[in-house]
Design a protein around this ligand. Structure first.
Ligand code: HEC
Ligand code: HEC
Length: 325
């Protein structure tokens, strides 16, 4: 690309996207180190699930960029989830949690995951609290994280600890260096792909720091999505949450950070590869058939969204001693 075109593209990119923040701290929820450490342990510890076999990291696996490489996740007692596991990375920056946005934020998500039929298998908070209390070391950890409370092992505190950990999981990458002004942080193919991504209209939905994660949209703006994805079960999206006809087939526009590392794609994992996911998007959302070279360019751009994994993300924490019952 000629220099002036490159400069114009950078200008435009800066108006549409933003650098990832260093973390997703929230003014009301400071990232106290004691909470982050506890949250990480809870995230990796399978001993508080009903069969002591499944942890958050089973489906949000560090080696797989916080996802699980399955079409649909398999949880406690081998039960299959209705949807594909999104990455747990950068997700704290989204405006709502889950594919259908049925949870407000990562804390709200964690509180329900604690009693998720598949994620822990517990049906009420009393049960997991008892199980955590039976693991000796946790009480002291909760006391350090919530020093003003006598009985700190509560659903709210669990969600604050896990949420604090998730709010540290940001993965800046080459695209952030590019937005900073280092044009060569993106290959020329990736820059052409970025040009195409903006020109064909992808950035109308996928924008901001997450390159998505900021709005709901219908999956099927131009045609029924299952005709392009081959989905067998048709998920009605947010409609099942709100019962409002306007929400039929509406999903959260997912952030595309690390998307090259988290196949398969879409809420049901129906599409196996990134080039095919890009083709589906162009057809279903924009009514366009992209030339192969445009698809390759967009994929090269999307690869520049692969960031560095958070420090120690792949290191299993030392868990509190004491087996569960
Ligand atoms: C059985 C696999 C599994 C386990 C275990 C699991 N998750 Fe998930 N997680 C999923 C799936 C599938 C979704 C998408 C759910 C949906 O959209 O309906 C999800 C969604 C999420 C999201 C929201 C992502 C987004 O796109 O907004 C967060 C955050 C999250 N999980 C964190 C956790 C935490 C914390 C735990 C442990 C308490 C946990 N998960 C346990 C599979 C799992
Ligand atoms: C009208 C809004 C809209 C437009 C335009 C749009 N998308 Fe999407 N995108 C979505 C929604 C909504 C989803 C989630 C669909 C689902 O799985 O239910 C999605 C999902 C994706 C996914 C899958 C992410 C994952 O983790 O599974 C990729 C990749 C993607 N879009 C890329 C693109 C590209 C490339 C373009 C331009 C060719 C584009 N999108 C245009 C709304 C949009």
């Amino acid at each position: 690309m000629a220099q002036d075109l490159d400069r114009a593209l950078l200008q435009e990119a800066r108006s549409l996207f933003k650098k990832l923040p260093h973390d997703f701290a929230d003014s009301e929820r400071p990232l106290a180190p004691e909470r982050v450490v506890l949250g990480k342990m809870l995230f990796f510890d399978p001993r508080w699930s009903v069969d002591q076999n499944v942890s958050c990291s089973s489906c949000h696996n560090p080696a797989l960029y916080g996802s699980d490489a399955l079409t649909k996740s398999i949880g406690v007692r081998g039960r299959r989830h209705a949807r594909n596991a999104p990455s747990a990375l950068n997700i704290a920056g989204d405006f709502a949690a889950n594919w259908r946005g049925d949870r407000k934020d990562v804390e709200d998500q964690a509180i329900t995951a604690a009693i998720g039929a598949l994620s822990t298998g517990h049906t009420d908070h009393v049960a997991w609290i008892a199980q955590i209390k039976s693991i000796g070391g946790y009480l002291a950890m909760f006391r350090r994280a919530f020093p003003d409370e006598d009985d700190p092992i509560t659903p709210t505190n669990l969600s604050l600890a896990i949420g604090a950990y998730e709010r540290t999981l940001a993965t800046p990458g080459p695209f952030d260096a590019y937005l900073d002004g280092n044009i060569l942080a993106l290959t020329s193919q990736a820059r052409l792909g970025l040009r195409t991504f903006v020109d064909v209209g992808c950035a109308a939905c996928h924008n901001g720091a997450g390159v998505g994660g900021a709005i709901f949209q219908k999956f099927g703006a131009q045609m029924d999505y299952w005709l392009a994805t081959g989905s067998k079960d048709i998920d009605k999206g947010r409609f099942d949450v709100t019962k409002d006809d306007a929400d039929l087939y509406v999903f959260k526009v997912p952030g595309l950070r690390n998307v090259a590392m988290t196949p398969p794609y879409f809420h049901d994992g129906s599409v196996a590869t990134l080039p095919d996911a890009v083709r589906v998007m162009a057809r279903v959302q924009l009514g366009r058939t992209l030339a192969d070279e445009d698809v390759d360019g967009i994929v090269a751009f999307l690869k520049s969204l692969t960031g560095e994994l958070p420090k120690d993300f792949s290191t299993m924490p030392t868990l509190p001693a004491g087996g569960a019952r």
